[in-house]
Structure formats: structure tokens, C-alpha cells
Design a protein around this ligand. Structure first.
Ligand SMILES: [Fe+2]
Length: 206
């Protein structure tokens, strides 16, 4: 399999994992959601190792951005606004690549119109690179800090947001995107992303 580099990826991450961990701990203050961030990051590290056989993947960035994807939860657990808060927090700290992931992991990507409506800059926040596309898919395979399946995760969200029809419709579209991504890499690498999640997170105390 040829090694490919996504042309949209601009350089390696400058933010070290240890510094990201300090940030999550500082803003999370022992909150339970930190465990979710750590589980997503641990799984990100595992997938990066697998996918590095076919992609020139920036494993440090995937691990670090996965750890920070939900940092906006320090301010709100709103299903969309926590991504916006994370974006502004990390942007103001100068961590622009990781900030983009905070915004673009919401619903597997926000189009310009929706981004602006929620207080983001006037641009698309659609994942552009393999790394950016991977993180929301990993997020969909982790329920709190435990492995799950995309199907079960969607069912859990549908239960939590019963009555919020607009959001639930968007969740279905996001799940279709995540499923397409999984089908593609499962075929290309001869794996099941869901099985990898189960194996990795069942055997680890996060
Ligand atoms: Fe999130």
C-alpha cells in the first residue's frame, strides 16, 4: 500500500501531548468528561498505529487533538456549543489545528451557515484531512469511557435528545458520514474499527 500524505495537512502539531493533558486537567478540574477525552485519545493512538501502515498519519496530532476535542465542556454540555467553546478557548491559546477539531467534530462537520449561526467564524468547519475525519468517528465509538458501536451510540443520543427533531435529523446525517468513513478504512485495512475499540478500551484502565 502506497504511503499518501493528505495535502490539506499543514505541518506537524506544535502542541505536545503533555501540555494538552495539563490543559484538560486545568479546565476539566476532575470532571467526569475528562475520562471520555482520555479514552478517545487512547483509542486515537491505537488507530494511528494501525493506519500508519497506509497513511503518513500525524499520530501526535491525532492523539493530542483527540484529548482536546471536548475541552469546551468546561463551559457547556450543549451538543453543539461545547465544540464552539473549545474552538475559541484553543484559538485564543494559539492552538489553531486543535481548535479546528473542537468545532469540526460536532456532527462530523459544520457548514459555514451553521457555524456562523453558532458564533464561529464565517467558514466551513468540515473535517479536511484524514486525521480530522478520524477523530469524530472515534468519538462515536466511545460512550463515556467505554467502547460502543456506532449504532448503539446513535441510539443513546436519540434517547438523550428525544423531542429535539432538528438535532436528531443532523445526528442521522453525521452517523451516515461516520459509517462511510468506517466502511472505507475497514475495507482498506482489513479491520473492524468497532472491534479495535472494544479490544483497546476493554483491556485498558483509562
Ligand atoms: Fe463532543
Amino acid at each position: 500500500m502506497a504511503v499518501r500524505r493528505d495535502p490539506a495537512l499543514s505541518g506537524k502539531s506544535s502542541l505536545k501531548y503533555g501540555d494538552a493533558l495539563l490543559l484538560v486537567n486545568q479546565y476539566g478540574r476532575d470532571a467526569a468528561w475528562i475520562l471520555h477525552c482520555k479514552a478517545v485519545s487512547l483509542l486515537a493512538e491505537r488507530y494511528a498505529a494501525i493506519f500508519s501502515s497506509g497513511y503518513d498519519i500525524d499520530a501526535d496530532f491525532v492523539r493530542t487533538a483527540a484529548l482536546l476535542h471536548d475541552i469546551g465542556r468546561y463551559k457547556t454540555h450543549d451538543p453543539i456549543m461545547h465544540g464552539v467553546e473549545g474552538y475559541w478557548l484553543l484559538t485564543n491559546l494559539g492552538h489553531h489545528r486543535e481548535a479546528f477539531v473542537c468545532a469540526s467534530h460536532i456532527l462530523c462537520g459544520l457548514e459555514r451557515e451553521e457555524a456562523v449561526r453558532h458564533g464561529l467564524p464565517d467558514q466551513d468547519f468540515i473535517p479536511r484531512t484524514f486525521e480530522e475525519r478520524l477523530i469524530p468517528v472515534i468519538d462515536s465509538l466511545v460512550e463515556f469511557d467505554r467502547p460502543t458501536t456506532l449504532h448503539a451510540r446513535v441510539a443513546s443520543i436519540q434517547l438523550r435528545y428525544q423531542g429535539n427533531d432538528g438535532y436528531l435529523q443532523k445526528i442521522e446525517q453525521a452517523a451516515e458520514k461516520a459509517q462511510r468513513f468506517m466502511d472505507h478504512v475497514n475495507r482498506e485495512f482489513g479491520i473492524s474499527m468497532e472491534n479495535v475499540a472494544a479490544e483497546t478500551l476493554s483491556s485498558e484502565i483509562v
